[in-house]
Design a protein around this ligand. Structure first.
Ligand code: TEU
Ligand code: CA
Length: 563
């Protein structure tokens, strides 16, 4: 619709290329594989694909360690394959956004190679080097992946900073030449026709040059120093510059990956007048089941509460309405499968997967679908640590089992619940061996459920989760209230039902979500059930028309609409 940026009306589908579709039998998903599946994605109805990194990379961290910003890794194809994918997408009226990973490079990036080779290299200052402090790390900062965030470069006697693995040195954003290089690189991709960027850990770019020690919990040697590098001193200056230098010259969207933000930050990032980004990924919901900060381990799992989910959701919906813009997601390639985490991946898999989809699509903001969620794919529980591939998972296991001596079964249970490979098992396309993902040996095993849960089955079953997503996407494209409507919470204290309305001058949506496992009776919560109200969509057959009392079955979701 005129006057509204396209990305507010879009539905975005995230692809983890390594696990999407393998066209040549080497066990690794690739660009041609994505091209082969465009009918599947177009039928679903998504508008934008977000590709996780496909750049050349030693692949220490699933491609988030880039050794060449201007190319395609051979295992994914060639730049020509990539151009063909963009052309295919644009011909279908779909768009492509790419991952922008500029907090760090790979240690095999030529910049780092030269930086490391000589203290006098012009590239030395592209990274963050500090001398030892009393013969040890310059500060107590810890890496997200365990251990210190500083690694000693023996020949020069200096340490370099890496907020992630030792193979991912952080770029020095205080150096204007670094910023200019990144801007050039962004223009290069934009000129090739991409429609925007998902910006990896973008709120970590600016570090206080003094690197003050971070607060540590009892017994913790290397705390992640979020309080110092999240929203660092010059972050907003760098993002404003990037916008003025690059983004403002193209019709693109941006979504910043921004751990540890509040709605106040969210507003600063996405304010339509003054904010540097279109939208951000906020992570409060991803901590719902993490336990208390003082006692948790990395992947502690505690029960989450609907009260807290509702409260966080409401804060973000109200906080950004009319000024900024939300992105709505419950999963991605770093977190467990949403149905296993927030629903029930056993008896109520179908109902809870569609309930969660309804939640994502009924809120204000741009909805994100992570590959496989439209099939209701579940977490995986490999019994052997040797089946895991993720650096974060493997480091965690080594630290907890080898260094701290915890029982392997206990640590594996945490990995089963929270590990990043839950989201990275290959897409199951058919019930054939390896789910039709590859004719060879997959780089990581499939979820053994592929015989029952696969795309072919979903397409053949009119009641599948896939078709329910398709319906939601269509509704969102049809009724402006999904995009524009103001959010108002109903039943603020209900035990199991999350109810809210979305309202514009012309339309209203009433959303009822029973997160409980029991049948629930309640009085009609919204405005009186006028004859003009219609049931727009429900995730269980035989849902009631509007009436003064309601019965909601376990994980039942309903959307009522009125104009
Ligand atoms: O993730 C950044 C991030 O802060 C986390 O979600 C991170 O994965 C988690 O703290 C580790 O347990 C982004 C990417 O999404 C992730 O895949 C990369 O590994 C990371 O940046 C480094 O580029
Ligand atoms: Ca391949």
């Amino acid at each position: 619709r005129p006057g509204e940026p396209w990305w507010k009306q879009s539905v975005i589908y995230q692809i983890y290329p390594r696990s999407f579709s393998d066209s040549n039998g080497d066990g690794i998903g690739d660009l041609q594989g994505i091209r082969d599946r465009l009918d599947y994605l177009q039928t679903l109805g998504v508008d934008v694909l977000w590709l996780c990194p496909v750049y050349p990379s030693p692949n220490r961290d699933g491609g988030y360690d880039i050794s060449d910003y201007r190319g395609v890794a051979p295992e994914f194809g060639t730049l020509d394959d990539w151009k063909a994918l963009v052309a295919d997408l644009h011909a279908r009226d779909m768009r492509l956004i790419m991952d922008l990973v500029v907090n760090h490079t790979s240690d095999e990036h030529p910049w780092f190679q030269q930086a490391r080779a000589s203290k006098d290299s012009p590239y030395r200052d592209y990274y963050l080097w500090r001398p030892a402090r009393e013969g040890r790390e310059p500060s107590n900062w810890g890496s997200h992946f365990g251990g210190p965030a500083w690694t000693l470069d023996e020949p020069s006697g200096e340490y370099y900073l890496h907020l992630f693995s030792t193979h991912q040195p952080d770029l020095n954003w205080d150096n204007p030449r670094v910023r200019a290089e990144i801007h050039d690189m962004m223009r290069w991709w934009l000129d090739l026709g991409i429609d925007g960027f998902r910006m990896d850990t973008i709120n970590m770019l600016s570090k206080p040059p003094a690197f003050p020690d971070a607060a540590a919990r009892a017994g913790e040697r290397f705390p992640v120093a979020s309080e110092h590098f999240i929203h660092g001193p010059r972050l907003f200056e760098y993002l404003a510059e990037m916008k003025a230098q690059v983004l403002d010259h193209y019709d693109v969207m941006t979504v910043g990956e921004t751990p540890d933000v509040t709605p106040e930050h969210g507003l600063a990032f996405t304010n339509a007048e003054t904010g540097p980004l279109s939208m951000i990924f906020a992570f409060e919901l991803m901590h719902l089941d993490a336990g208390h900060a003082q006692t948790q381990r990395k992947w502690t799992k505690v029960p989450w509460s609907l009260a807290e989910l509702r409260q966080i959701t409401t804060r973000w919906q109200a906080g950004l309405h009319g000024v900024g813009w939300n992105s709505n997601f419950l999963s991605n390639h770093d977190v467990p499968r949403l149905v296993s985490r927030f629903g029930d991946d056993g008896e109520f898999r179908l109902a809870s997967a569609t309930l969660l989809a309804t939640y994502l699509f009924a809120l204000q903001g741009t909805p994100y679908i992570y590959q496989g969620d439209e099939l209701g794919l579940t977490n995986v529980a490999f019994s052997d640590i040797g089946e895991y591939r993720d650096i974060d998972t493997l480091n965690y296991y080594r630290e907890q089992v080898n260094d701290l001596g915890r029982p392997p079964a206990e640590v594996l249970a945490e990995i089963h619940a929270k590990g990043r490979d839950n989201a990275r098992t290959p897409m199951p396309w058919t019930a054939e061996p390896n789910g039709g993902f590859t004719s060879g040996t997959p780089w990581i095993a499939l979820n053994p459920t592929y015989g029952q849960i696969n795309a072919q089955q979903a397409l053949a079953d009119p009641d599948s989760i896939y078709w329910y997503y398709r319906d939601l996407i269509r509704l969102r494209h049809t009724y402006p209230v999904f995009v524009d409507g103001r959010y108002d919470l109903l039943l603020p204290d209900h035990q199991t039902v999350f109810a809210f309305t979305r309202t514009t001058d012309d339309e209203q949506l009433l959303v009822l979500l029973n997160f409980g496992r029991e049948v629930c009776e309640l009085d009609w919560p919204g405005p009186p059930p006028l004859p003009t109200i219609q049931l727009l969509l429900a995730n269980l057959p035989g849902a009631q028309p509007p009436q003064s009392t309601l019965t909601l079955r376990p994980y039942e979701a309903r959307l009522y609409h009125t104009r």
